[in-house]
Design a binder for this molecule. Sequence first.
Ligand code: G6Q
Length: 543
Amino acid sequence: MGRQNRKKMPEWQALGKHAVKMKKLHLRDLFAADPERGSRFAVEAEGIRLDYSKHPVTAETMELLIGLARACGLDNEIERMFAAEKINETENRPVLHWALRDFSGRAVQVDGSDVMPTIRRVRERMAVAAERIRSGCWLGHGGQPLTHVVNLGIGGSDLGPQMAYQALRFYSQRNLHFHFVSNLDPGHLAETLRPLSAENTLFIIASKTFTTQETMANAAGARAWLLQHFSQETALSRHFAAVTANPRAAAAFGVATENIFEFWEWVGGRYSLASAVGLPVLMAVGPERFTEMLRGYWAMDNHFCSSPWEKNLPVLLALLGVWQINFHDAPTHVVLPYDQYLRRFPAYLQQLDMESNGKRVNREGRSVDYATGPVLWGEPGTNGQHAFFQLLHQGVHRAPCDFIGFCRSLNPYKDHHERLLANMFAQSQALAFGRTQEELAAENVSEALLPFREFPGNRPSNTIMAEELTPDVLGKLIALYEHKVFVQGVIWNIFSFDQWGVELGKSLAKKILPRLAGDTETESSQDSSTRALIEYFKKHSSK
Ligand code: G6Q
């Protein structure tokens, strides 16, 4: 049932027909027709409010979308993921990020053994390590407390901990400092280490495979930097920890066994923040706050599994996305947190969404004939307003937005927070309702300027709100988007948990590297553009 051609499904076709009708209506018409629309198309659950009234939907739209999800076998797919079935078929793995934050006490079997005791054991060891850092008991080789923690990781081993550290900085211990180095560009490591002292620096090498070129290069750079200062290899054991699914490789690198924190094949990199990958966050905010975040995730997992779909936050977000992408041709999705602490949230979601659903073949390996994952991007408000909002309001691309905001500021100061939120509300209002030429004329705007100053409106957005940015709320927001991405993958009949698309560039780089180092033997195997680029590089790099 779950795998037939989506566009041929009667549910898909019914939505197509319905969309033709809906496109004739402006959001102004929908709001005028129903004075209660703002609360009718809003759901509150787990302390999070989703207002989706500024989407071109009616009760009929939502019924049709839910019908599509049902016909795509969503209930069965949810069950399969939470039953630890190997739904990551192309890598032959179950998908168990949810088990990392399951506090129910139930067993989760993978290949005949329960993974929950191991998850708990690693979490306990992480908490002990975090307490040693937080209390100043973890001393470096020279006897000084380690106060700077540098996470060396990339992709899923960087974006999650970096985003969550920034998001929860308010709750962090202030005498500890956290840095995130991901890029192969040596400038990233060099600029990070420049103001630091080896005496009080701990490196966490975060790599599931422990083979990733960027992370391994930066780990080698970090080791050389430490050795410049300490000169003996034995000094290193106190200055390195590792987070990995390949503990042997970490030990071979020289990380002391007690500083190796494991995670597992069945956690996808971009879904790994709740695993040992969250170690820097745990060190920053402490075990209690970290557990609060995990419990937030868990609450959203439970909500996702048990709430009726018309009140189910991840399902609704996913369906509204499908409505925009497949039935209104929206190629992109914008995430706009009105909170500076969430400034890395769009970048984090960009990987989560685009690496999961940026796929062009369905689960049978055939090309799809409909759009899948959108180009996701965003910046915190109000900054974005002074940069790219012009395009959102008056450009030609349809770019549905998620506004995310909180009722209380963690740093109240005069009326700044009220002003921030007034801006957030005003932007979604302007997008939805615009400003007509008649309204402008009534304000004495000259006729010549009317087309330039007109705002067409009818531009869709969600507004997602919670009372305050706490670890619990952060966990809920992350799980909300994780499950949204999952639901959309089911509807598009694609595999969301592999990422073969990142492989080709990596293997080509391996072939090109020897050419840059001077080997000219197989130069002719390169295309003419790459050959010319290599030549240009060689000519100028030695200057
Ligand atoms: C995430 C991806 C990818 C991965 C990085 C780092 O889902 O698989 O972003 O996290 O390539 O991989 P390692 O953790 O193995 O170094």
